[in-house]
Design a protein around this ligand. Sequence first.
Ligand code: 5GP
Ligand code: ZN
Length: 121
Amino acid sequence: MKGRYRIEDCLFCKIINGEIPSDKVYEDEEILAFNDINPAAPVHVLVIPKKHIINVNDLKNEDEALIGRIFAKIPQIAEIKGIKEAGYRVITNCGKDSGQEVMHLHFHIIGGKVLGDKIVG
Ligand code: 5GP
Ligand code: ZN
């Protein structure tokens, strides 16, 4: 299976099923949010669907409502972390040129400091 992606090797699926521990911020039946292990800012949370979706290129029509619910949850998670009013950035990487490392859809919530005006490194 060289070069092929295998769901059973997915790091975030292992976090979802508890095989790998995480510092949880929020969880419900279809969404998990946890602190990034290597934070880029004082607040850095990853929000993921429990359904294994690779990235935004892998979204199907049937995922529309799920993505809507994830986005509706993001300000609530920002509030839990105390950065909702100050503001924050939401980023999702997709594919090789973006540097996506984990092939399970995730939204970075980054904040807790003034982030500056650059979103492209
Ligand atoms: P990407 O580059 O794919 O958009 O982001 C992957 C993120 O996952 C990185 O910010 C990285 O620090 C984070 N990450 C990688 N492995 C782990 C882990 O085992 N636990 C947690 N909490 N975050 C991880
Ligand atoms: Zn996965």
